[in-house]
Design a protein around this ligand. Structure first.
Ligand code: HSE
Length: 451
């Protein structure tokens, strides 16, 4: 007699004979060790969910003599990543060595050897993604890169799968944990920039070379990847605009707060009506009333606006050992699914609706402008005229009495209406040249995030 009750998990359970999948891991830094430990910790669960027993079969490290965590057996280690490529029993290679030279050779070698590649290397993909995905296509093996953007937030899957039926209207992202940590500690605890950076490094958020973080380029690399996935062509790095956090001052935080804003390193991605794509990463005023303003510490958040779904927000830890290894493990499970069930695509699907970058000088936003000027009548009128001549309106002005000093100078802070960057820069240069302006103007873009 057929059973009356047939539990649904009978149809959903993994194949009964588990498949062992050996992985070659290149790089045993913070994230590599996290992958190792978390595969040990949750291997049984992953086996039940995927039908695959994921096992690190070989680990390539740069320096064999360095002391290692006891969890990683010495017999697994090699000092030469080429051994991973040459080993026919490693169908999946995880690239976590960073940089764009050895990592490039390693990824190309793995693809040519028909191995699935998993990488967290945003610089590599942002700079050489186009050629790497062409090679992946040619070799018939994919590259997965969930860990390359926003640490533990599965934003790549969101764009490739969850929102596949949407045109992406815009993305606003806080996608560098180190910079967000620095800005949060500067604004909240009054730490100096250097103190806050040292803390972020101690906690393992920063890249091996932290100038990549603080210059804005780590976030910019991630923005290039998100934009390229969203708009279907690889955005050239030369077409994007990047500024770091090292110029942000405590003074600007205080003025921003008086105006109802905070400062975040924000990556903005959007296409205009002609399909021209704008990608920029820079310190930006964000309204205190908007949820992005409360994303603090090493947390990341990505606000994606799709034409069908509307606004969606993804929040989580954007850096650190466990969150980032969670994304690597998700890619390993994708790799396992392909090895068990067959291929899907190369990891990046180009499409043809877009294809042009928008010149940065044509990108439009509001601006915060802080001037140090002579404390005398008529100064505001001179500044307003230079802005008005170029069609730039002023939405508010503050000239705080408490910041007038005995040398006869004072701060003058203006919020400017929407203007193309090129026009705003020309106006700011003209203002800078006024004799009544005593210091180089400080300006920051403003996103109202009104949808
Ligand atoms: N250094 C990066 C960050 C790590 O701070 O966000 C994740 O890419």
């Amino acid at each position: 007699m057929r059973p009356f009750f047939c539990p649904i998990f009978t149809f959903m359970s993994a194949p009964t004979s588990p498949r062992s999948i050996r992985i070659g891991l290149a790089g045993l830094g913070n994230v590599g060790l996290g992958v190792f430990k978390n595969l040990e910790k949750n291997g049984d669960l992953i086996l039940q969910r995927t039908g695959a027993n994921l096992e690190i079969g070989r680990v390539a490290v740069r320096d064999l003599s360095r002391p290692r965590d006891a969890a990683v057996g010495k017999s697994l280690l090699t000092g030469d990543w080429r051994e991973l490529i040459a080993d026919p029993d490693l169908p999946v290679i995880v690239e976590l060595i960073g940089g764009t030279t050895d990592a490039y050779d390693l990824v190309c070698g793995a693809l040519r050897a028909k191995k699935i590649v998993v990488t967290g290397n945003k610089a590599l993909l942002a700079e050489r993604g186009q050629e790497l995905f062409a090679l992946a296509e040619e070799c018939g093996v994919p590259i997965f890169f969930e860990a390359a953007v926003a640490g533990g937030i599965p934003i790549i899957q969101v764009l490739q799968e969850g929102l596949v039926g949407n045109r992406i209207v815009s993305i606003h992202g806080i996608i560098n944990g180190t910079c967000n940590y620095i800005l949060t500690r500067m604004s909240g605890a009054g730490l100096s920039y250097e103190e806050a950076l040292a803390e972020a490094q101690e906690k393992g958020y920063a890249e091996a070379d932290p100038t990549l973080d603080v210059s804005g380029w780590d976030a910019a690399h991630k923005a290039i990847i998100l934009a390229s996935l969203s708009y279907g062509f690889w955005i050239p790095a030369k077409d994007i605009y990047v500024e770091g956090v090292d110029t942000v001052s405590i003074t600007d935080f205080r003025f921003a707060e008086r105006l109802g804003y905070t400062i975040k390193l924000l990556s903005v991605i959007r296409a205009d009506e002609e399909g021209r794509v704008e990608v920029r990463t820079q310190p930006t005023l964000v309204p205190l009333s908007h949820v992005l303003s409360s994303v603090s510490g090493s947390f990341n958040a990505v606000l994606v606006n799709g034409d069908v779904v509307g606004e969606t927000l993804f929040y989580g830890r954007g850096a650190g050992q466990d969150p980032t290894s969670s994304s690597v493990i998700s890619d390993l499970c994708e790799a396992a699914a392909i090895l068990i069930h067959g291929p899907r695509h190369s990891g990046f699907v180009p499409h043809g609706l877009y294809g042009k970058s928008k010149p940065i000088d044509e990108t439009v936003s509001r601006y915060y402008l802080r001037l140090t000027v002579d404390d005398q009548p008529g100064v505001l009128a001179q500044v307003a005229r230079l802005l008005g001549d170029r069609g730039i309106g002023i939405s508010s002005v503050i000239q705080p009495d408490d910041l007038a000093d005995t040398t006869g100078s004072t701060a003058l802070v203006l919020m400017l209406d929407d203007a193309p960057l090129g026009t705003a820069r020309a106006a700011i240069d003209a203002i800078d040249a006024l004799p009544c302006v005593q210091e180089k103007p400080a300006w920051i873009r403003v996103e109202t995030l009104l949808g």
